[in-house]
Design a protein around this ligand. Structure first.
Ligand code: ATP
Ligand code: MG
Length: 308
């Protein structure tokens, strides 16, 4: 870890008030520990509802923790919320822009919230508007979803934050825009900005993050550098097998029973085998088919390499 600890969570817990049939309340974040230093990029990965955003909102000092301790920039979010919020940038999962206003006006007004002078905002606008192509004077209402996302990201930078929190920053962006944003985030990191992001994309996590925490059910279930996690949890190859409709389930059972040599996952349109040796798995699949199901009409398999 480089430099001073900027965010430190110990036993961090967030329980939402009870809702239908949930007498205890819902524990969305369940006693997690993490810390990160200046200039680090830390990512939360995990399925829907894992507790990623609930964790991010605590760090952003948007609402209080239910248990454990949390320090952000050496301060207590419960007591020093305004000071923390003035020094961080937040890109929420859902864009919350002022749709009646133009791109430029949104940035300007957000800058004024931070007490920035008109001259300072004007200076920063020139740089931030580069993320928005030629849309500076368009009303937000008329922007595409991807362009609104870019504006939310540009807006989060207006106060030159020390910590930037990004909740699924590139969801909805086209590939080129994603790369523009990755580039920008990489530069910010080089300038010493600490990044905390959530993502569902392993390629994004690998590009941007020094360390990752995988969350599930409010807990951190795996942690490490992208390389460490890939080595520990991702096979070298992924074999995708397609079968005629109605035969997938039988085929996946046969593959499992026949010891195809990897985890077998049944998807609606194909069977996926995670393996370190696709050729061997493919041979085993052919063997399974001839010995256990001689009349199977399985079509020719297609094979894909995993991204690792
Ligand atoms: N304000 C809230 N009040 C009550 N429950 C909430 C609230 N916010 C989130 N939850 C619940 O907490 C759990 C975790 O939600 P959270 O938004 O943190 O997940 P996430 O990991 O960001 O998921 P996703 O990938 O879908 O964005 C979910 O069960 C969600 O319904
Ligand atoms: Mg979320």
């Amino acid at each position: 870890m480089s430099g001073a600890v900027l965010v430190e969570a110990r036993g961090l817990t967030k329980t939402y008030p009870p809702r239908n049939g949930d007498a205890q309340g819902h524990r969305a974040v369940d006693g997690i520990d993490f810390e990160l230093g200046r200039g680090e990029a830390f990512g939360f990965l995990g399925p829907n509802g894992a507790g990623k955003a609930s964790t991010m909102r605590r760090v952003a000092a948007i609402s209080p923790v239910s248990g454990g301790s949390l320090r952000v920039l050496g301060m207590d979010p419960a007591r020093d919320g305004p000071e923390i919020r003035g020094r961080i940038g937040v890109v929420p999962q859902d864009d919350c822009l002022d749709r009646e206003l133009t791109v430029r006006e949104n940035l300007y007004i957000y800058g004024r919230y931070f007490g920035l002078s008109k001259a300072v905002i004007r200076e920063r606008l020139a740089d931030l508007l580069a993320l928005l192509e030629d849309k500076a004077d368009e009303q937000v209402e008329a922007l595409s979803g991807g362009m609104r996302r870019r504006l939310t990201i540009a807006r989060s930078l207006i106060n030159e934050p020390e910590i930037l929190l990004l909740d699924e920053p590139t969801t909805g962006l086209d590939p080129q825009a994603r790369h523009v944003l990755w580039d920008r985030l990489f530069r910010l990191k080089q300038e010493g900005v600490t990044l905390i992001l959530t993502t569902h994309y392993m390629d994004e996590a690998e590009q941007l993050c020094d360390r990752l925490a995988v969350m599930d059910g409010g807990k951190i279930v795996a942690e490490g550098s992208p390389r460490e996690l890939i080595d520990a949890h991702v096979t070298r190859e992924v074999l995708e097998l397609r079968f005629p409709t109605g035969e997938q389930e039988d085929a996946s059972t046969r593959l499992r029973d026949g010891g195809v040599g990897g985890r077998v996952e049944l998807l609606p349109d194909r069977v996926v085998v995670y393996t370190d040796d696709g050729e061997a798995a493919l041979a085993m699949r052919t063997h399974c088919r001839s010995s256990r199901s001689p009349h199977s009409s399985a079509g020719p398999p297609s094979r894909t390499s995993s991204s690792s």
